[in-house]
Structure formats: C-alpha cells, structure tokens
Design a protein around this ligand. Structure first.
Ligand code: SF4
Ligand code: SF4
Length: 357
C-alpha cells in the first residue's frame, strides 16, 4: 500500500512549549512563588531555586518591521532570543540573569522607548481592534484613540495605585472585537444602513439577509433588480450587515458616537466572568485625540481609586456600591439608553414594572 503523505499542519495554534524560555521549560509546573519587584518587573522562583525575571513594557501594538527587528535584537542579546506578548499587547522580556537586568531595562526604555509597567493593580496596556489598518468596518480609529488615551493614562500604567488591575479595550464598531474589559470604549451607530441598490449585486444576497441578528433584512426587487430592504423598527444599528456587504453603509461621520461600558471581566479569579454594562452614552467621535473619551475614562478611574477596596475589579466595585452611587461619583448622566429594554431584557430587569438602580 502506498504511504499516504499528509500536508504539514498549517493552521490552528502551534505547540506552545517550543516557544517557552529555556528556564520556563525546565521548571514547567514546578514554580514555588513569584513577586513583583517593582512595576513592570517580576521574578518567578522555582522549586529548584532557579529565578526567571520578567520585564513587562507597554508596546505600541501596531509595529513596523524596523521595530520588530529592534525587539528581536534586544531579545537575542539579553533573553536567549525569547520574548512574548500578553493578551493586552504588553511585551515581556525574560531572563534568568539578574546581572543584566539594568542593561535590559535601559535597552527597553531608551532604545525602544517603551515604558515599564502594566503589572499588578495598574492600568494594563489597552487592547484595541484592527481599526482602519486592517478592517472594512471601523467607524472610528481604535489604534489612534488608544494611543491618545494611553498618553493620558501613562502614570496609571507605570504605578500600581489602583484597587486591582484595570483592563481597558477600545473597539471601532459594535462587533467589539477588542472584547470585554473593565472599561471598554465602543463606537455606536444611530441609524440603519443606507443601501446602495445599484451596487447590491456585488455580494451574495442570501448571506446579507442571514447575517442580521435581528432578522431586519429581507429580499426586495428594486427597479427590477434583486436587492434587500431593512425593516427599520427591527434594526439595532449593529453594522454586522455592513461587514457582509459594503453596499450597506452604516458609518456616518455626522452621527456616530462613542460609548463607554464598564464591569466586563473574563477571568474566573475571585468571581465569575461578567458582561459589561453601559456607563456613558453619546460621546463625540473627535479624532485625532478624543479628549472627551479620556476625560470620561479618567473620571471612572478616579472614582474607582478613591472608593474601591483592595482586589475589587471595576465590576465588583460597582456591584458593591450600586449603580446610583456610580453615577453620583462619576457625574455621568443616567439616560433612557441605560435601560435595557430589548427582547432579552426580562432576564436583567427582575421582571418588574419598575427599573431599580
Ligand atoms: S471592532 Fe469592528 S470595525 Fe473594529 S476591527 Fe473589529 S470588526 Fe473591524
Ligand atoms: S445594522 Fe445590524 S440589525 Fe440593522 S440591518 Fe444591519 S445587521 Fe441587521
């Protein structure tokens, strides 16, 4: 029988063990404890007595080839070629050699120009979506607004002065691929897509109809040509159809706004994962610095810093103090948009005729 040769596997996550720093591989599963020496510097101590130092820095997330080469040179020189990124785009340089720590930190801070921090109870690097760089949907520039916001929050990244870690994410449409965060900035559209009927045949219409989560799109003949129509009362302005078909344009520089959501958490540490809830609605979408977003995020962080208890995540803090107190401390207006009156709201509103804060 002829031997069957399979093509090499070229998709899915590769075996991560090949990327572990040698000290990490040697002591895998045999770590005794770890300490945060200072913001951005950790040491893990193994049962064997081996020490592995981790230097965490904030990366700019979107990088040029030249920057990646600089990172690689530093990793080759000080870290046996090993470096890794966290889920929030912090970069971590690893070394077992305590004697070279100062040189390594100097190379990160001065050659790369990146700040150390993001460890412990600090604001971690902001996770943002691809934005205008690589996606056809953005109503805002997630990378740009993140850069502007991190400039304002740099001290909360470099120090550990918060009750617990704060994960911030920024998404340029409501598909929200930056995912849940303690604080999350998300674009909101305010009307149904405008349909370019003359151009509708460029996409597969059944797919356009099927993509709508609210079943608001149905086929329609327009001027004798196959197209679609939108049942506006059903449309929730999510923009999913625009991702499927560019002829359904939902972005609008005049009316799109940003919103801030709070209390999302994906880990199981201390409490179950939670979804975010709306905190601020209708913030102007104002490139290139988005000052209104920064001001709102800083109000949340200030209130959290002043009244949060040690280890409380933002969502746990709000659950303890209550939403009425949250709005009082931050000064954000409570609007009708904060009331979840969608079809699934019965599970949120205690099935009562009254809205309780
Ligand atoms: S959040 Fe939306 S617009 Fe932004 S990158 Fe993700 S899918 Fe594209
Ligand atoms: S914006 Fe969303 S809800 Fe509205 S028609 Fe498109 S997919 Fe459906």
């Amino acid at each position: 029988m002829r031997e069957t040769k399979l093509a090499p596997r070229d998709q899915g996550a590769p075996d991560y063990t090949q990327y572990l720093h040698p000290l990490m591989a040697k002591n895998y599963g045999k770590w005794d404890y770890h300490e945060r020496i200072k913001p951005g510097l950790l040491v893990h101590v193994a049962d064997s007595g081996d020490k592995l130092f981790t230097i965490r820095a904030g990366s700019p997330r979107t990088m040029s080839a030249d920057t990646v080469r600089k990172i690689s040179d530093i990793a080759d020189q000080y870290c046996e070629g090993f470096v890794r990124f966290t889920t929030r785009s912090n970069i971590e340089f690893l070394t077992g050699d305590e004697a070279i720590l100062d040189q390594l930190i100097d190379a990160i801070e001065n050659d790369l120009g990146w700040p150390l921090g993001g460890t412990g109870p600090s604001v971690s690097n902001i996770a943002h979506t691809q934005g205008w760089l690589h996606c056809n949907l953005p109503g805002s520039d997630a990378a740009g607004s993140t850069k502007a916001l991190m400039d304002d929050l740099i001290n909360d990244f470099k120090t550990e002065n918060l009750p617990n870690r704060v994960h911030i994410s920024s998404s340029c449409c409501q598909i929200n691929c930056a995912s849940h965060g303690d604080i999350s900035i998300i674009v909101q559209h305010h009307h149904a897509p405008r349909i370019d009927h003359d151009n509708m045949q460029i996409c597969e219409l059944p797919k356009v109809v099927a993509i709508c989560p609210a079943a608001a799109i149905r086929p329609k003949l327009v001027n004798g040509k196959e197209s679609v129509e939108i049942v506006e009362e059903k449309c929730m302005y999510c923009g999913a159809c625009h991702g499927q078909c560019p002829s359904m344009e939902i972005r609008d520089s005049e009316t799109d706004t940003l919103s801030i959501w709070v209390g999302g958490k994906m880990s199981n540490a201390r409490s179950a994962p939670t979804f975010m809830k709306l905190a601020v609605w209708g913030i102007p979408n104002t490139p290139p610095r988005w000052p209104e977003v920064s001001e709102a995020v800083q109000k949340i962080l200030t209130a959290y810093k002043e009244t949060g208890k040690p280890w409380e995540r933002v969502g746990e803090w709000i659950d303890r103090i209550g939403w009425a107190k949250f709005f009082e401390l931050t000064g954000f207006p409570f609007t009708r948009y904060h009331i979840d009156d969608g079809p699934e709201a019965l599970s949120n509103l205690n099935r009562s005729a009254m809205v309780r804060l």
